[in-house]
Design a protein around this ligand. Structure first.
Ligand code: AHM
Ligand code: MG
Length: 351
């Protein structure tokens, strides 16, 4: 029996097809996405070797600007992305979760068209246990035409994103991206070293049965967030339970939390679900970063029919005041996230 290949469209040819829709395009965007996919293959190769190669697992003795420990694989992934993205002059500046300041791309001397912000290895504290980790990226276009870019170029809201995506290094490596024309997923075929189209035009379920949150933080949440979680668990509209009127089995949702945002997000995107990282007493603005985590995933989810909110407004409408600005994040199936946003906006009157 011969096995018929499912689909042989590579990510490069998919992006080229996109480029053809814009006859005046210079090809810079196409080559930038190709560079990201190349960097992803390099990182994927080394992430899957973790454990075999000496000195690749574990933490460095450095901390990032937010005081979080940098893992050795974080360090490796940053340098791969910086090298691959800065080599052809399409990018003027790059920002990363782990680097305090943005980095100018050497070859463009500040003249490149695009700004790329990325989280090189999200969920990296899980890596030693072989849990799926990922890379998240967002691509903005610079606004100014001057050689020297300014703050307004760098600090743009998610609505201005030209494209975004993530790579999940899991049981297989997948590259998921949107450039505003649907969300498309490609799976790395390691035997030929290519990302092949495996999930065309992903749409996320409108409503779901799954919530993903670190419930151990309940004592650190506001009463409003606790109420949201109580209703997700016991059923919408359920009253605070006494044993007698406890909600019936099946009224609430099920829970799945990996603790690796890309992995939780990817599962919820495909099956439906809502991921929540609300403010806590230790992280009053939430833990996740707007530019390298929340906004790129918000663009993906909105293009797949879902929604992302900071609890009050769409994540895509939040303008960053700093490269490392944090935001609360509620993201996933549209109806679920809208419901959470409505409940939170009622504040204490909902209690
Ligand atoms: P990181 O970018 O430093 O890896 O942190 C982000 C990670 C997310 O992947 C994950 O969803 C979240 O932090 C888990 O945080 P917590 O351990 O507080 O639940
Ligand atoms: Mg992260």
């Amino acid at each position: 029996m011969t096995l018929a290949p499912k689909n042989l469209q590579t990510i490069e040819s998919h992006v080229l097809d996109l480029q053809r829709l814009h006859p005046s395009a210079s090809g810079d965007f196409t080559s930038l996405l190709n560079d990201i996919s190349f960097a992803a293959k390099v990182v994927s190769r080394d992430v899957t070797k973790a454990g075999l190669v000496e000195d690749i697992l574990g933490a460095t003795d450095e901390e990032n600007v937010q005081g979080e420990v940098i893992q050795k694989l974080d360090d490796f992934a940053i340098s791969v992305f910086l090298k691959c993205l800065g080599r052809r002059g399409q990018v003027c500046i790059m920002g990363s979760e782990e680097l305090a300041d943005p980095v100018f791309a050497d070859t463009s001397q500040g003249t490149g068209k695009y700004i790329v912000v990325f989280d090189p290895l999200d969920g990296s504290s899980n890596i030693d246990a072989n849990v799926s980790v990922g890379t998240i990226f967002g691509i903005w276009k610079r606004k100014s035409r001057l050689a020297q870019i300014n703050q307004d170029d760098l600090l743009q809201p998610g609505r201005e994103l030209v494209a975004s995506g993530y790579i999940i290094y899991g049981s297989s490596t997948m590259f998921v991206y949107t450039a505003g024309k649907g969300v498309h997923g490609f799976t790395l075929d390691p035997s030929i070293g290519e990302f092949l189209l495996s999930h065309e035009n992903i749409m996320t379920p409108f409503q779901s049965q799954i919530y993903s949150v670190n419930e151990a933080y309940e004592p650190r949440w506001s009463p409003e967030v606790r109420e949201v979680l109580r209703q997700l668990k016991y059923g919408r509209g359920s009253k605070l339970s006494t044993r007698k009127d406890a909600p019936t089995e099946g009224a609430g949702m099920s829970s799945r939390y990996i603790g690796s945002l890309v992995a939780d997000f990817h599962r919820n995107l495909l099956y439906g679900g809502i991921y929540l990282y609300p403010p806590t007493t230790s992280h009053p603005n939430g833990k996740l970063r707007l530019m390298c985590e929340a906004a790129p995933l918000a663009l993906i989810v909105e293009n797949a029919g879902g929604y992302a909110s900071d609890g009050q407004r769409p994540i895509l409408d939040v303008t960053p005041d700093d490269l490392h600005m944090r935001v609360p994040l509620y993201i996933g199936s549209r109806e679920d996230v809208m419901w959470v946003e409505t409940l939170l906006s009622k504040g204490s009157s909902a209690l």
